[in-house]
Design a protein around this ligand. Structure first.
Ligand code: HEC
Ligand code: HEC
Ligand code: HEC
Ligand code: HEC
Ligand code: HEC
Ligand code: HEC
Length: 338
């Protein structure tokens, strides 16, 4: 078994052209706690299909056996320990291996003598609980050893090659037939493999970020008028789905900048960073206030589920694939009056 197998399995189960919608099958909304967890992304990686879950369970079994000289079993589903990294794995320099050249507790955890502390007393919120942390996403921790490339589905938004050319096959991941980007085509005349309001869910969650789910509702007449005005004034499109609901592509342009000419409303987008780098955030001064505000609810959730959650208010640093900038509020103001 290797990462590649995992990855291939993942993509197969998530390919929207396959017609299945694994996200609805595994309804993340019924796990409200998980939504806020740092482990969220790992869960997504691991739990989206039962197949992967089983695979991980089987793969993690050896850790129980190998971990026996640590007197107690590792927590269930824990990563295996006391194994030598394979030759083609580059473990980050700041991750110390033990004398036998294996990964052990101290390789991954910055907490001193973690194996001698009862597991429920370990401070999982400590920055260094995951060595080099805190991490925005748990997967970023994994990439200290595992190759990022092997884990990820193809970034379908990267449509242009070095010469600014594209492969029609890539377009036809979403479109039934690659449309001509020099023409203006109304949304209702485009033919997709899946309805546009569902096309993103093969690879992304319904809740890729706070508030995304809350937005998938029908806009009222007043807001509809406001949107029309904004579209005309700012020469942009903010397309709603066939039921008049907000969808992912209302706010996001799924095409790499340059596929559709920027002078066209459908081509307009904010991209102050490359797709390789992607969206990034910085801690905001308001974080203290925001965390305090959410503290009670989080604590209630924690005691209910026996898990720890991290949630922080952050400010956007770099934006990409957005029809209007959110950093300065222009996107929000196209629909809202605050
Ligand atoms: C390859 C990296 C890695 C190694 C090696 C490793 N851990 Fe972990 N450990 C993790 C990750 C990642 C998590 C959090 C993910 C999770 O909770 O499933 C974790 C979680 C934990 C937790 C908290 C579990 C919980 O949620 O209650 C404890 C305790 C722990 N590890 C102890 C150990 C001990 C003891 C060892 C050595 C025998 C060890 N770990 C080796 C990566 C590692
Ligand atoms: C310190 C390095 C290190 C970190 C960090 C790390 N791993 Fe691993 N991982 C390993 C090693 C070494 C193996 C066993 C060798 C191998 O690939 O066969 C392994 C094996 C695995 C396997 C079993 C697959 C297989 O090929 O047998 C899975 C699944 C896995 N890791 C997931 C994760 C996840 C998820 C994270 C982040 C939460 C993570 N790893 C973080 C080093 C690491
Ligand atoms: C990830 C899915 C996805 C991929 C891949 C994709 N598109 Fe689209 N495309 C959409 C969606 C959704 C719309 C409707 C919303 C919009 O106009 O942005 C659309 C709309 C369009 C339009 C109509 C724009 C207008 O004038 O209103 C054109 C032209 C187009 N795509 C061309 C392309 C080309 C060329 C490629 C390949 C280089 C491509 N698309 C790849 C999802 C995709
Ligand atoms: C084939 C899989 C796939 C499909 C389908 C897909 N995406 Fe993505 N998308 C990715 C990958 C991979 C990335 C890279 C970053 C990541 O891992 O989230 C990404 C990144 C993004 C980003 C963030 C940019 C960044 O790099 O930080 C946005 C926004 C986004 N996608 C929106 C959409 C929307 C809207 C749709 C539906 C029209 C869509 N995606 C469909 C795979 C996909
Ligand atoms: C109301 C507007 C809005 C809607 C609707 C929306 N998003 Fe976003 N999304 C944003 C903003 C703002 C950002 C952060 C800035 C950026 O993308 O450049 C963002 C970021 C993202 C990112 C990058 C997150 C990260 O941290 O790397 C992804 C992926 C994404 N959105 C996917 C989606 C998907 C999939 C949907 C539909 C379920 C969706 N978004 C619906 C506004 C929206
Ligand atoms: C295309 C129109 C549109 C855009 C753009 C948009 N929103 Fe919304 N937003 C809505 C709709 C529709 C609702 C649900 C009805 C309502 O509460 O008015 C909503 C609801 C909300 C809510 C209330 C959610 C809840 O829990 O009830 C917040 C907060 C919000 N939006 C913030 C934002 C922010 C911040 C931005 C900019 C990043 C933004 N919106 C961009 C249409 C939009």
């Amino acid at each position: 078994m290797n990462m590649h197998r995992l990855y291939v399995g993942w993509v197969e189960t998530r390919n929207p052209t396959g017609g299945s919608d694994p996200i609805s099958a595994w309804n993340i909304d019924s796990y409200p706690g998980i939504k806020f967890s740092v482990l969220y992304h790992c869960w997504v990686l691991c739990l989206n299909s039962t197949y992967i879950l089983l695979l991980v369970l089987v793969l993690m079994l050896p850790s129980v056996v190998i971990g026996q000289d640590n007197k107690k079993d590792l927590p269930p589903l824990h990563h295996l320990a006391n194994v030598k990294p394979p030759e083609d794995m580059q473990v980050a320099k700041s991750f110390p291996l033990n004398k036998k050249g294996e990964i052990d507790c101290q390789t991954c955890h910055g907490i001193k003598d973690i194996k001698d502390i009862p597991f429920d007393e370990v401070d999982k919120k400590a920055d260094n609980f995951h060595r080099g942390g805190p991490y925005q996403q748990l997967t970023d921790f994994c990439y200290n050893c595992h190759k990022k490339k092997d884990y990820q589905p193809p970034n379908i938004h990267k449509l242009l090659d070095k010469n600014g050319k594209y492969d029609k096959k890539a377009c036809e991941y979403c479109h039934k037939k690659a449309p001509d980007p020099t023409k203006d085509i109304a949304l209702k005349d485009l033919k997709f493999r899946l309805p546009p309001q569902k096309i993103c869910f093969g690879c992304h969650l319904k809740t890729p970020h706070l508030n995304a789910l809350e937005h998938q509702v029908k806009v009222d007449e007043k807001m509809r008028k406001r949107i029309k005005q904004a579209e005309q004034k700012l020469n942009v499109i903010l397309p709603l789905d066939s039921d008049g609901k907000v969808m992912c592509t209302t706010c996001h342009n799924p095409h790499e900048k340059g596929v559709i000419r920027e002078t066209k409303p459908a081509g307009k987008q904010v991209a102050d960073v490359s797709l390789d780098e992607g969206v990034s955030y910085v801690e905001h001064d308001w974080n203290v206030v925001y965390s305090a505000d959410k503290k009670d609810r989080l604590q209630a959730l924690e005691s209910e589920n026996g898990m720890t959650y991290k949630l922080s208010y952050q400010r956007l640093k770099h934006e990409v694939l957005l029809r209007l900038p959110a950093k300065d509020g222009r996107l929000c103001l196209a629909c809202h009056v605050f």
